[in-house]
Design a protein around this ligand. Structure first.
Ligand code: ZN
Length: 241
């Protein structure tokens, strides 16, 4: 709303030529047009279901290329003073996946952990536990994406991951046994099926391996869901909730 305030004070100073007035009114109209979107981004969700709705609304804005989060003026001092992210996300390290952009959220709203193949490592689980227990996060999303290279590698090397370099076998093995072995590599849908499986398995792993997360879910303070973002359309679809 800074533009609106600047325009009003400009008017008060007596800028009255037609060209100036036209420019001022155009600025005022532009400010009003953005106001509802910014306000809807700004409201903090109070329940896990509200948090899901907020993310999905943001994804709709992103898909329509009507993102609003970047229009919010960032107060650096307020941002540095603390964080209260409403959602935590474990996502693939893939450069095409960015939750803040995909869900159209400003800094300070999403607690994001990244690892190739969005697998649930112990470090990732500990990070999510911090989000839930200390920061009061209301939602955890295990976020897969189309054309995931980690899942593709798991299918391709499902018979023997030891041919992969470095530490990759340890990572890819976590996708092989639950998901890559459950699909038929000849199936044209094999990759998308394994990607969905891998995201959904992440929910089971979090509930099984973290009492902090499980207890928060059981008490109704937290929901853990999974979903897949289609890179071409940008659409995020919930696959497990
Ligand atoms: Zn990936």
């Amino acid at each position: 709303m800074r533009h609106l305030n600047q325009s009003i004070s400009f008017l008060r100073r007596g800028a009255t030529t037609p060209r100036v007035l036209l420019a001022v009114f155009a600025t005022v109209l532009a400010s009003l047009a953005f106001a509802p979107l910014v306000d809807s981004v700004d409201a903090a969700p109070s329940t896990p279901d509200d948090a899901i709705a907020k993310l999905m609304d943001g994804n709709k804005r992103f898909v329509k290329r009507k993102a609003a989060a970047q229009k919010i003026e960032i107060d650096g001092a307020e941002l540095a003073a603390g964080q209260a992210p409403f959602a935590a996300i474990i996502r693939c390290a893939d450069s095409r996946v960015a939750p803040e952009i995909c869900f159209d959220q400003p800094l300070g709203r999403l607690f994001v952990c990244a690892v190739a193949g969005n697998v649930t490592t112990v470090e990732g689980i500990a990070s999510l536990e911090y989000g839930v227990a200390v920061l009061g996060t209301k939602l955890i999303v295990v976020m897969g994406h189309s054309q995931c290279g980690a899942v593709s590698a798991a299918i391709e090397h499902r018979g023997d991951t030891s041919v992969l370099p470095g530490s990759l076998p340890q990572l890819i093995d976590q996708i092989v046994s639950p998901c890559a072995l459950s699909v038929d590599p000849a199936d044209p849908e094999a990759l998308s099926k394994a990607i969905e499986c891998n995201a959904n398995i992440g929910v089971s792993e979090l509930l099984k391996r973290s009492t902090v997360i499980k207890d928060a879910v059981d008490s109704g303070k937290l929901k853990v869901i999974a979903g897949v973002q289609d890179l071409a359309s940008g659409v995020f679809s919930i696959t497990r909730r």
